[in-house]
Design a protein around this ligand. Structure first.
Ligand SMILES: [Zn+2]
Ligand SMILES: [Zn+2]
Length: 713
């Protein structure tokens, strides 16, 4: 007889429909189902919420009213959620401090060298490097962020020279005359030497420049100073932070400690040097210290470091080091480090809840993570949201949710049947390649020095490669710089006001309001729920929620009863088109709204059809976009970004968390974009998606140059 199962009955959190589940202790419990079917509602909003509620109610004075809805639960154990999300923005927070390894190092150094512990504490000003104040790097202007390659010199290709552009136009012209550079060429068309002159050059002579700012005439006499010299030619000029990248502090080389700390060495390394060593070297160092000193006072600290380092190496994170700051880690890297922490933990019998532990990993990395998760399940109980088929065979239980998403999801469905359906062979013929785009870039700011790759023009390209190699940086920073008419799309939430809804983001809000205004011959404002509009609910002023409490003591937002959360004045309920009022429409899903508008307005139904194709059919028209998942965010952003002027799309992990059928549908959508002349560059690891692409680029690092693997073979 094993341990008693964790049993939850009558779960009704979010869209879940009163389901009952059993979680097998000391085993892998898998949650699968289409996106939006309620997987995270079950794993995080219910199981984790219950675990944390139980624990906090034992020692906290006051606790929040729980938001999970269940009939009963039994045999719960301590619950640890590990999510694929990095929301840490503190640049001083490093792997060493975040995982409490820096104090271990300080203890070892102080004990074995008989120097006071305080000497090794970084947050003391006297211990920190005076140049960078213990941060380890400094900001440097980044040419990749500054230069617009497709603008002619005559039109000023330097992005931060916008204020006083007339001045820059003239001085650039004068300098180029001196250097014999053709100002009608774009920056891209210049040779290396000419590019260098413009960015780093200083003129021999001073130029007297007369220029106008608005109506005012102005003049200035100065030498030409390239932007990279960081010598301003106009008063009060300084580029904004967005044009900078981080580079190592020259004084301490990233060690963060002041120079005199270099003398306190233990087995060949000072504490600052150790913070920069990759985990494999750190591990060897800890073993050396162990055998050389065998001092019982530091045994525990040494062991903590050894366990952490060896597990990190095992999970393919051997390249990381203690000084690496947390905000710079990808969600996947941080999640794996948290797994390492669980391994190093002295706690046992916990319920560990994992969110897509293999998402964003290469196949080799996935296998490694999987083997480790299997090992963890001997000591703990695992609840995993993942669709990777490697989990199926060893799972103690599989909870499948469906049938559809949103209101059509939240039911338990037959797991075997669901898995069988996913094995169907979906097929889409990749478009033949006719033309290549050759990309060659140099840059020493990032952890690689340049890029050489060939992309298929007007085709779908997919880029994969080990995590941490710089795939997202390539899409987010290099390509943004390199291509005109380029848009980058990732899973981060859509920036906008906190009241933006699916309707506003899909650009159908105004269309719907206009439709009603026209039908009933009123002003638009009469049917709008925007804050100051006539149609807004008088109780919640159009927000649909009423907030109680103060910012200091915590706030609770409840749905406004007056308007049922729609934000519309309820008098609008009597104005209907085909039996539906604007309040009714706000409560429809995209699927339902599509059926409705097909009969009412083709313009709106066409937009909704595209949203359906992109797996957004379950979203509600009036749903706040702040409540969307990462994948939903990405797909809404993709829809929003489709316009004639954008020709090249960089899309970061569009398949993350999707099952095979959904991957096929998204690929189908991308392929339609390709037919309309777009070039698509995707970064993703989903093996099931590879077959849909014309070109698959596997990145590798060749002496600091990121290359397409095929070229070097
Ligand atoms: Zn420094
Ligand atoms: Zn209201």
């Amino acid at each position: 007889m094993g341990k008693k199962d964790i049993i939850l009955t009558g779960i009704e959190t979010n869209n879940l429909k009163g389901i009952t589940i059993n979680i097998k202790k000391n085993g892998i419990n898998l949650i699968i189902g289409p996106s939006g079917s309620g997987k995270s509602s079950l794993a995080y909003d219910t199981v984790v919420a219950i675990g944390q509620h139980e624990l906090s109610s034992m020692y906290a004075d006051s606790i929040h009213e729980p938001e999970f809805k269940v009939e009963s639960y039994s045999n719960m154990i301590v619950t640890i959620p590990i999510k694929q999300l990095n929301s840490n923005n503190n640049v001083r927070s490093t792997i060493g401090t975040y995982f409490s390894l820096s104090p271990c190092l300080a203890k070892i150094f102080s004990s074995l060298l008989d120097i006071p512990y305080d000497y090794f504490v970084l947050n003391k000003a006297e211990n920190a490097c005076p140049s960078c104040m213990g941060i380890g790097y400094r900001k440097q202007l980044d040419p990749n962020k500054i230069v617009n390659y497709d603008v002619t010199i005559a039109d000023v290709p330097i992005r931060c020279w916008t204020r006083g552009k007339e001045f820059y136009k003239q001085i650039l012209k004068r300098f180029c005359e001196e250097k014999k550079i053709d100002i009608n060429k774009t920056f891209r068309e210049l040779n290396e030497e000419e590019r260098h002159d413009i960015l780093y050059g200083i003129s021999e002579r001073k130029y007297g420049i007369k220029y106008s700012v608005g109506n005012r005439k102005s003049s200035r006499t100065t030498k030409y100073y390239g932007i990279m010299t960081e010598t301003p030619m106009l008063k009060n000029f300084s580029p904004s932070d967005t044009f900078y990248s981080h580079i190592l502090c020259e004084t301490c080389g990233g060690e963060k400690y002041s120079q005199n700390h270099k003398e306190a060495k233990l087995c060949g390394f000072s504490i600052g040097e150790l913070l920069l060593q990759p985990f494999d070297i750190l591990f060897k160092w800890a073993e050396n210290v162990n055998s050389e000193y065998s001092d019982s006072r530091v045994l525990f600290s040494l062991n903590q470091i050894k366990i952490f380092a060896s597990k990190a190496i095992e999970l393919n994170l051997g390249y990381l080091f203690l000084n690496r700051n947390i905000p710079s880690l990808s969600g996947g890297e941080l999640q794996r480090l948290r797994l390492v922490q669980v391994f190093a933990s002295q706690l046992s019998d916990m319920l560990i809840v994992l969110d897509e532990p293999t998402a964003g990993l290469s196949e080799i990395e996935s296998k490694l993570v999987y083997d480790n998760i299997k090992a963890l399940s001997r000591k703990h109980t695992l609840l995993i949201v993942d669709h990777h088929n490697m989990f199926y065979k060893d799972a103690a239980s599989i909870i499948a949710l469906g049938e559809g998403s949103g209101v059509n999801g939240g039911n338990l469905i037959d797991a075997k049947k669901y898995i069988q359906n996913q094995r169907n062979d979906f097929f889409l013929k990749p478009r033949p390649i006719h033309k290549m785009i050759h990309i060659s870039l140099d840059n020493s700011v990032y952890n690689y020095n340049g890029v050489r790759l060939d992309l298929a023009y007007n085709c779908m390209n997919i880029i994969s490669g080990p995590s941490g190699i710089g795939k997202s940086t390539l899409l987010r920073e290099y390509f943004t710089q390199y291509f005109e008419n380029y848009t980058y799309i990732n899973q981060k939430p859509i920036l906008g006001n906190s009241h933006s809804t699916v309707a506003t983001d899909l650009n159908i809000f105004n269309k719907i309001v206009n439709l009603f205004a026209k039908e009933f011959k009123t002003e638009k404002s009469f049917f709008s729920n925007m804050v100051s509009a006539n149609g807004a609910c008088p109780k919640c002023f159009g927000t649909g929620v009423i907030t109680y409490g103060s910012e200091l003591q915590g706030q609770v937002s409840l749905i406004c009863k007056e308007c049922n959360g729609t934000g519309f004045n309820k008098k609008l309920a009597k104005y209907t088109i085909l039996e539906k009022s604007i309040l009714d429409i706000w409560k429809l899903t995209v699927d339902e709204a599509y059926d409705y508008f097909s009969k009412v307005n083709k313009d709106i139904s066409n937009i909704l059809q595209k949203a359906k194709e992109l797996l957004l059919g379950h979203l509600q028209i009036g749903q706040l976009t702040s409540s969307l998942s990462g994948g939903e965010n990405l797909r809404v952003k993709l829809l929003k970004s489709i316009k004639p002027s954008t020709l090249i799309y960089g899309i970061d992990e569009p398949f993350k968390g999707l099952n095979n059928e959904e991957i096929y549908k998204v690929a189908q959508f991308l392929s339609k974009m390709e037919n309309e002349g777009k070039t698509i560059i995707v970064v993703d690891h989903e093996i099931q998606s590879f077959k849909y692409f014309s070109k698959h680029i596997i990145l590798h690092n060749n002496n600091g140059i990121l290359c397409d693997k095929i070229q070097t073979e």
